[in-house]
Design a protein around this ligand. Structure first.
Ligand code: ZN
Ligand code: ZN
Length: 133
C-alpha cells in the first residue's frame, strides 16, 4: 500500500513537471490542474498546488507573483526576463535578452545571500496593441 502511494505520488509529480515545462505561459496552479486532470482524473487541485510548491522550493521551477495574490509558476528555473502586459495580464519570456545582461550571484550582495533574480518589463502586448480601446 505504501509502495503504491509512493509511485502514484511520483507519477503525479512527473506529470505536473512535464506539463509546466511544456508551457511558456506561466500558468497558475488552477491552469496546471485543468491540464493534468485530463490525464490523471483523480488528482486534486490541492495536490497540484502542493507539488508546485515543492518543486519551486527545490529550485526546479520558479514561483512568480502576479502582482496580486495569485501565484504563477515558471517551468524555466534559470534566470531570464519577462514581458508583462498591463492590459491582458499576459506574461511571457523575452526571447532575446537585452544587453548588457544582469550578472548576479550566486553569492553575496549588500550582505544578502543572492539565490536568483527576476526582471520584468511591463507594457502592452502586440495583440492588445492591435485592439482599439
Ligand atoms: Zn495584452
Ligand atoms: Zn519565464
Amino acid at each position: 500500500m505504501e509502495r503504491a502511494n509512493w509511485s502514484r505520488r511520483t507519477r503525479q509529480r512527473e506529470m505536473i513537471l512535464r506539463e509546466i515545462k511544456k508551457l511558456r505561459t506561466h500558468p497558475s496552479a488552477a491552469d496546471i490542474y485543468e491540464i493534468v486532470r485530463k490525464k490523471l482524473p483523480r488528482i486534486s487541485l490541492g495536490t497540484v498546488y502542493r507539488n508546485l510548491e515543492d518543486l519551486s522550493r527545490a529550485g526546479i521551477i520558479r514561483k512568480i507573483r502576479d502582482g496580486g495574490t495569485r501565484a504563477r509558476y515558471d517551468g524555466t528555473a534559470a534566470g531570464h526576463y519577462h514581458l508583462h502586459c498591463q492590459r491582458c495580464g499576459r506574461l511571457v519570456d523575452l526571447e532575446k535578452d537585452p544587453s548588457p545582461p544582469v550578472r548576479v550571484g550566486p553569492g553575496k550582495m549588500d550582505g544578502w545571500e543572492i539565490t536568483g533574480y527576476r526582471l520584468e518589463f511591463t507594457g502592452i502586448c502586440p495583440s492588445c496593441l492591435k485592439k482599439k480601446v
